[in-house]
Design a protein around this ligand. Structure first.
Ligand code: TEU
Length: 533
């Protein structure tokens, strides 16, 4: 396993277009540059959904077609040929393509579900979870839907039973305990591997296997009014079931039929549980580590998390860190725009595959969404609690043209374009030597140039409060990273001789200042990368 950055592209175009999600990780030094834009234009991928839904109740996570054919599946949609064009264009530029695989549910418009709901004795009935009503006629148990906190079961008049949906009622859950479901879904992976995709990000992989007895979930003692309503029960029996490790091994055995393919699991659990998803090297290559999205933005908390993770990782397991994605407010908004570069330096100098979300490399922030433009069902069902995910899903800001160069002028984009696009965009930042984009590229270039920064060991150092400091090293080199998490200047008498360190890169200055009398002076919100002999 190497450690090239992953870059998540979340594409939402015109209203009539379906958004798709596609992670691309790059061998290239540059990010979000004209190459990405060219690929987008060449293959028209902003108008494409490879794993298809035209229903789009949940941003495309309501899949109607897993394996498109050569026919145009829905009006206005491109065909499999477009997918080929994208994969080829990316591979020609030494980029890898990772698709999002949604194993847990389909759209209720998927032909499988249409058949399943048609009668109790349909051969596909058991492909989904159908249960009789409880004695009072209500749902079979108390499991909740993640998006509205109401029952996770919807009654089907026609056949007199309830079906389970962990998310929207338009997203019925698939029953992976049925061997035919398993075979069909594993064939979806093969379909795309055969067409050259380099791996999958597996949507909520830890929810796929549920307790087959459907016991009630216990109440969450920490829940109180005003919190996300779906959290009032602990999801004890409908996710994280021990059988998820079977699922991991099923998908892994398919990936192992091919050369050099990667499986990434979307798994939101504490680290001791997370690392179990590596298995004995026979489960997922990279269970996503989302801790940077959740920890308080404080050196002590980040240090403790990194140390715990490093301690828990099984032998041979390669770590990873996620700084942003389409489900969480943008990093520049979470930690504040002043800390955005510190966060980027952290992500790109930790030991592990870094995942960044499109636009974070130019410092895009959450965009306020007017009520009449809200798309995310979560916000529609539970308004005003900040649960909606539209603010972080607005179009990529390519240049200062109308619609930020994301799509032609005059088109109404799926979500509004940020007000700051005329200055916060790729083309403008390419021209500014001290831009966030150029800074991010320099970090990636250093990471590529120095194996110690990429694959080397990590050791956290004791530093004054407000500073996070660590060393990355291997037999080829040694580096020191010092991050000021505060808006105040900081100074630190380095625990090493002054002549041993050489500043390489600062979040602030193009030429970072040297040390004076062994004291490292950090500006507010400054991060420094130093070579250390
Ligand atoms: O999200 C999984 C999930 O569990 C979400 O409820 C997550 O906890 C939430 O978005 C806060 O981070 C995945 C996809 O990433 C998300 O976009 C989909 O809506 C969801 O699955 C259903 O497919």
């Amino acid at each position: 396993m190497n450690s090239l950055p992953f870059y998540i592209v979340d594409v939402f175009a015109e209203e009539k277009y379906t958004g798709n999600q596609l992670a691309v990780f790059r061998h290239a030094q540059e990010l979000s540059d004209e190459t990405m834009q060219k690929i987008a234009r060449e293959t028209n991928f902003s108008e494409t959904t490879f794993i298809l839904s035209d229903a789009k109740r949940d941003g495309g996570y309501d899949v109607r077609i897993f394996t498109p054919g050569t026919e145009v599946p829905f009006a206005g949609h491109p065909t499999l040929g477009t997918a080929h064009a994208l994969i080829e264009a990316a591979h020609n530029r030494d980029l890898k393509v990772i698709l999002d695989f949604v194993p847990g549910h389909t759209s209720d418009q998927h032909p499988w579900f249409r058949e399943s709901r048609s009668s109790r004795d349909n051969p596909r009935r058991d492909w989904y979870f159908w249960q009789d009503p409880a004695v009072d006629g209500g749902p079979p148990n108390n499991w909740l839907s993640r998006f509205d906190g109401k029952s996770g079961w919807t009654f089907d008049e026609h056949t007199g039973q309830y079906y389970l949906h962990s998310f929207l009622k338009e997203q019925p859950d698939l029953n992976w305990r049925n061997p035919d479901v398993r075979a069909a879904m594993l064939d979806v992976l093969r379909f795309w591997f055969d067409r050259g995709v380099d791996g999958f990000r597996i949507d909520v992989s830890y929810r796929v296997m549920k307790d087959p007895q459907f016991p009630d979930n216990p109440p969450n003692p920490d829940w109180h009014e005003g919190m996300d309503p779906s959290l009032r029960l602990l999801e004890k029996h409908n996710k994280n079931h021990p059988d998820v490790h079977h699922f991991n091994r099923w998908v892994r055995s398919v990936a192992d039929e091919y050369d050099r393919r990667v499986l990434i699991g979307e798994i939101n659990v504490a680290l001791p549980n997370l690392v179990q998803h590596y298995g004995q090297g026979d489960e997922l290559h990279l269970p996503f580590n989302f801790r940077l999205l959740r920890e308080p933005w404080e050196p002590a908390a980040i240090r403790a998390m990194v140390e715990q993770y490093e301690r828990l990782l099984p032998a041979g397991a390669w770590p990873n860190y996620v700084l942003g994605n389409h489900d969480i407010h943008r990093v520049a908004t979470r930690v504040g725009p002043d800390q955005a570069r510190v966060a980027m330096m952290l992500l790109l100098t930790l030991r592990g595959t870094p995942t960044m979300y499109y636009g974070d490399e130019i410092g895009m922030e959450d965009v306020p969404i007017p009520l009449d433009r809200v798309q995310d069902p979560w916000e529609l069902f539970v308004p005003g609690m900040g649960l909606g995910r539209d603010p972080e899903r607005t179009p990529m800001q390519w240049d200062d043209a109308p619609n930020a160069g994301f799509c032609p002028a005059g088109v109404t984009t799926w979500l509004p374009i940020a007000a700051d696009y005329e200055t916060v965009n790729v083309v403008t930042q390419q021209m500014q030597e001290d831009s966030m984009l150029r800074f991010t590229r320099r970090l990636i270039a250093l990471r590529r140039e120095h194996p110690a920064l990429n694959m080397g060991a990590i050791k956290m150092l004791d530093a004054p409060e407000g500073i996070l400091a660590y060393v990355r090293e291997d037999e080829t080199g040694r580096f020191l990273v010092v991050l000021n998490f505060t808006g105040e200047p900081q100074s630190w008498t380095l625990p090493v001789p002054e002549q041993a360190v050489q500043p390489l890169l600062s979040t602030h200055a193009l030429t970072p200042a040297g040390l004076e009398a062994g004291v490292l002076a950090l500006q507010p919100d400054e991060g420094l990368l130093l070579a250390y002999n």
